[in-house]
Write a protein that binds this ligand. Structure first.
Ligand SMILES: Cc1cc2nc3c(=O)[nH]c(=O)nc-3n(C[C@H](O)[C@H](O)[C@H](O)COP(=O)(O)OP(=O)(O)OC[C@H]3O[C@@H](n4cnc5c(N)ncnc54)[C@H](O)[C@@H]3O)c2cc1C
Length: 447
């Protein structure tokens, strides 16, 4: 039996939930179709594997945390009386053998790093509109000139540099020098102690949104000007609507997981291909006892073989005894295709190298994410590949089919001219969903 509603929202991640909330104040009928058996998308909290500690497999920090952030009030209201699992304590920068860097090395490395990035910032301000190159290409000669041959300073500069690569989920070889630093918002970060995915689930429950889980959309047909026909897999019933808001990840758009009839305009295809999609994975390992300093909140590690390998680790103290290793870019891609046993071998080898004086028993529990292989994500979050720009994001967000198809998601959050503008984040996705809902409200309620 076919279903008829005013609006269909595809995806129940942050963008889809915000779009739904934005339509609730109207008389419009709407439905959110979600392929997974849960809401939250790339913000997903595992509440079972490491009980009683909630562990985020996707997003974990609310970036640009503050009253202007659309998720701030929700977080505040749910954060009351929560058990604190937020990592606290000191942060260390460790050399490849687990030794902290000396303050002298730190001093020199910081100076070099800031020179390299001032140089990059100048380029990003001054480069002509169509001029671009990869960050790696741009900084290469300066890097070679400023960074002395092998030694601790070189490793520490590499560690700083790989911090930016980690943030973007891609190596500098793939990132735009022209767009360096834009859209990263302002303000601090807030770790969601009860889980960022959990926060989104609570938001969905609070608003009692009409969400149909386990519903994979495979085709959107806009041929009929009166109604849009949406086909879902394993169900012959067509869902008809007047407007559709698409919030599926950029990674899915790149792989054409939904077919469009008629096909999308060329400018939309181009924007989809032009924007980059990064990869961040989390390798979560739990031990029966902790072998690191209880006061250690996180450590970053300078690899002597390759920049950015096992760069950053969060430490959750007893009784949880959990380490969360963040891996990104090419290294994350290489790890993803290995078996769990092979990944675990590499993790344990690394930890035993960092803590050489300790006997480290094998973990009692572990979980490794593989966001690139996830067919409902195909990556972690968007970034500016070489030649992508805020205009690319505008194209990704731009409506199609005479305004009947609206686009939202972390990759489609338009620069609103404020210093808080950001993409790639949960709150950016949320904002984009609010924007898409407003457009649909304006179209259907006030015309
Ligand atoms: C490891 C990792 C760490 C991260 N860390 C942070 C962080 O600390 N802070 C932060 O702000 N952001 C972080 N992010 C990014 C953040 O998670 C995303 O930017 C954000 O969650 C995206 O929201 P969205 O609504 O755009 O997309 P999604 O959350 O991906 O939602 C899209 C939904 O569409 C569904 N879908 C896909 N295809 C179909 C289909 N054909 N039919 C029906 N449904 C479909 C998907 O299942 C999904 O639920 C991280 C991401 C990862 C992976």
């Amino acid at each position: 039996m076919s279903v008829d509603v005013d609006v269909v929202i595809i995806g129940a991640g942050a963008a889809g939930l915000a779009a739904g909330i934005g339509l609730q104040s109207t008389n419009l009928t709407f439905l959110i179709l979600e392929a997974r058996n849960r809401v939250g998308g790339r913000a997903h909290t595992d509440l079972e594997t490491f009980t009683p500690i909630p562990i985020d497999l996707g997003a974990s920090w609310i970036h640009s945390y503050g009253p202007k952030n659309a998720l701030y009030n929700y977080h505040k209201s749910f954060d009351k009386d929560q058990t604190r699992t937020r990592p606290v304590g000191k942060r260390l920068r460790l050399d490849y053998n687990g030794q902290p860097f000396s303050s002298e090395t730190l001093f020199h490395a910081k100076k070099i790093y800031s020179k390299i990035f001032q140089h990059l910032q100048l380029y990003s301000y001054n480069a002509k509109k169509d001029q671009d190159q990869s960050i790696e290409q741009f900084i290469q000669s300066k890097y070679q000139r400023l960074v002395p041959t092998d030694g601790p300073i070189k490793r520490l500069v590499g560690l700083f540099v790989s911090g930016s690569e980690q943030y973007e989920g891609s190596n500098f070889t793939d990132l735009s020098a022209k767009q360096y630093g834009i859209g990263s918002g302002s303000g601090g970060d807030r770790w969601v102690s009860f889980g960022y995915g959990n926060l989104l689930e609570r938001i969905a429950n609070k608003h009692n949104l009409p969400i149909r889980l386990n519903t994979l959309v495979i085709q959107i047909d806009t041929t009929d000007p009166e109604r849009i026909a949406i086909t879902i897999s394993n169900d012959p019933a067509i869902i008809y609507c007047r407007r559709v808001i698409i919030t599926i990840p950029l990674g899915c758009l790149k792989r054409d997981t939904i077919s469009f009839v008629p096909s999308l305009p060329e400018w939309k295809h181009q924007a989809i291909q032009q924007m980059g999609m990064g990869l961040m994975n989390k390798l979560i390992v739990q031990f029966s006892q902790n072998f690191w300093d209880h006061n250690l909140r996180s450590f970053s590690h300078a690899c002597n073989e390759r920049r950015g390998r096992f760069r950053f680790t969060i430490c959750i103290p007893p009784p949880a005894n959990i380490l969360i290793l963040f891996v990104t870019g090419t290294f994350a891609r290489e790890l993803e295709i290995l078996t769990d046993t092979q990944i675990l071998e590499q993790v344990m080898k690394f930890l035993r190298q960092i803590f050489p004086r300790t006997t480290i028993l094998d973990p009692i529990n572990y979980k490794f994410t593989r966001w690139l292989q996830d067919p409902l994500a195909y990556g972690s979050y968007s970034n500016f590949a070489v030649h992508a720009s805020p205009h690319t994001i505008e194209q990704l967000a731009k409506e199609t089919s005479d305004g009947r198809v609206q686009w939202a998601g972390e990759h489609a959050n338009i620069d609103d001219g404020t210093k808080d503008w950001s993409y790639a984040c949960v709150h950016s996705a949320f904002q984009s969903g609010q924007r898409a809902a407003k457009t649909v409200r304006d179209q259907l309620c006030f015309s």
